[in-house]
Write a protein that binds this ligand. Structure first.
Ligand SMILES: Cc1cc2nc3c(=O)[nH]c(=O)nc-3n(C[C@H](O)[C@H](O)[C@H](O)COP(=O)(O)OP(=O)(O)OC[C@H]3O[C@@H](n4cnc5c(N)ncnc54)[C@H](O)[C@@H]3O)c2cc1C
Length: 431
């Protein structure tokens, strides 16, 4: 299925987002210093950083700002990688390992500081992120994450028993870690507000401008859309789970995974106050994760992994089961709508930075934690453009490496979800 056939972004976030500025499609041939492909969190953060430094930047998106995962995401600001610091240092070595860890540790604060600095109207709440153990045997994973990340200075602690039930409004978990710098935002508003401020600083943003080719032209690059082109020295690919074949080889470096979301009807004041009463976000240790948060107004959002971008029946059933297991005070009838989107999974479960040719950069692969790390990556891409050397960046610049068996990823992901969901259920029963 092509990207064009999967156009709908029917996320609930449209109902409460700050209004979108009108975007035009690119018409005619123009020039810039930098062309950014993808108007999500990554591309827009990069655009903002560059425009602030008076660099002439053009952003192109096949749809509009926030159309991709950035406007559909759960909007949780989760400042932690999926592995322990030891494992990451082993993967990346003594130079880039510690730098990557530092980027993660600071990613939550960096995101909220950016929101504060530019007064982005996106309902930010930084009250902490709870990660619950879905079964007793998962507590050891939380313990090793706690040990490693707290040694780096991340403010992380354990919350247990009655206190945890109180903070979640749920008795589904008896043990959780709490990362204080975590929180949540209205993600479509965040994307639109990044676009607004980037434009105020001078960036030009075009929607309905799918990039079809990038061709070398002397020592510059010409980026083509159906009705125009941009010629620039730098081209930044910020396309994450929606990466297509425009840049040969990039698509195969990641596997697009589907994440799906459900939102409830408006809750009564009493219901709203009893669930996550202090505004924490909640995720768990399941392989097929359950994650939830309130919208900072009057609803609860509940998410998991899925199989179809429109959230098919199996996905909806999984979300309903999850909601009932986690918040039995609510029922499937309380769900008002469903949607989904694509995120990018990498073999190392760490983000990728590529520079396959002089002037071409790509930053992607946040493995479901791109609200904070996409914000960080956008800044890093801008640093490279403004003169930082690859060897001084916090994330290693690597060559494209195809995901093993990439051709079969759809089948593989669907089978894996069924298999891992079964294992999660067995964990809860027996471990
Ligand atoms: C349902 C869901 C829930 C999630 N929940 C969370 C969460 O709670 N916390 C978290 O941290 N992360 C979460 N994620 C992941 C997070 O949303 C992403 O990692 C992040 O938004 C990626 O941002 P991005 O800007 O890199 O890419 P995207 O926002 O996906 O933007 C990519 C853009 O590239 C454009 N594009 C692609 N190809 C072209 C082309 N050829 N020409 C022009 N434009 C092109 C697309 O139109 C798209 O707008 C979730 C993802 C999904 C789908």
């Amino acid at each position: 299925m092509t990207l064009r056939q999967q156009q709908t972004n029917n996320s609930f976030w449209h109902q409460t987002a700050t209004p979108a500025a009108a975007v035009q499609a690119l018409q005619g041939d123009i020039t810039a210093d930098v062309t950014i492909i993808g108007a999500g969190i990554t591309g827009l953060r990069a655009a903002l950083e560059l425009a602030q430094q008076n660099i002439n930047v053009v952003v192109l998106d096949s749809h509009e700002p926030g159309w991709g995962a950035s406007g559909r995401t759960g909007g949780q600001v989760n400042p932690l990688a999926h592995a322990t610091p030891d494992a990451i240092i082993k993967q990346l070595g003594p130079v880039y390992g510690p730098r990557m860890l530092e980027s993660y540790v600071n990613s939550g604060d960096e995101t909220f500081a950016l929101i504060d600095q530019h007064q982005l109207q996106c309902d930010p709440v930084q009250n902490g992120w709870l990660r619950g153990a879905h079964c007793p045997s998962a507590i050891s994973e939380l313990e090793s994450m706690y040990r490693g990340w707290s040694e780096l200075g991340l403010k992380i602690s354990f919350v247990e028993g009655e206190k945890l039930h109180q903070l979640t409004g749920s008795s589904a978990y008896n043990t959780a870690t709490l990362v204080e710098s975590g929180g949540c935002i209205q993600p479509l508003s965040y994307s639109r507000e990044l676009a607004r401020v980037a434009e105020e600083k001078g960036a030009d943003i075009y929607g309905r401008s799918a990039v079809t080719a990038v061709k070398a032209q002397g020592d510059q690059w010409q980026v083509h859309t159906a009705a125009g082109s941009v010629t620039s020295q730098w081209v930044l690919f910020c396309t994450n789970g929606y990466t297509d074949n425009t840049l040969k080889g990039l698509q195969k470096t990641i596997v697009p995974l589907i994440s799906v979301q459900a939102v409830t009807r408006p809750l009564s004041d009493e219901e709203y106050a009893s669930i996550l009463p202090q505004g924490h976000t909640l995720a768990d240790t399941r392989r097929v994760i359950y994650y939830s948060r309130k919208d900072n107004r009057n609803r609860l959002l509940f998410g998991s992994l899925g199989m179809a971008e429109h959230a098919n029946n199996a996905d909806r059933k999984r979300l309903q089961r999850g909601l009932q297991k986690t918040f039995p005070q609510l029922s499937p009838d309380d769900i008002e709508s469903y949607w989904g989107g694509r995120l990018a999974f990498t073999p190392e479960v760490l983000p990728h930075l590529h520079e396959p040719a002089p002037g071409i950069l790509a930053g992607l692969g946040y493995n479901g934690r791109g609200v904070a790390m996409g914000t960080v990556m956008g800044r890093i891409l801008a640093e490279r453009v403004t003169g930082a050397r690859p060897e001084d960046l916090p994330i290693p610049t690597t060559a494209f490496k195809s995901f093993p068996f990439h051709r079969f990823h759809k089948l593989g992901v669907q089978s894996a979800i069924k298999y891992f969901e079964l294992r999660d259920n067995l964990d809860v029963k027996f471990f």
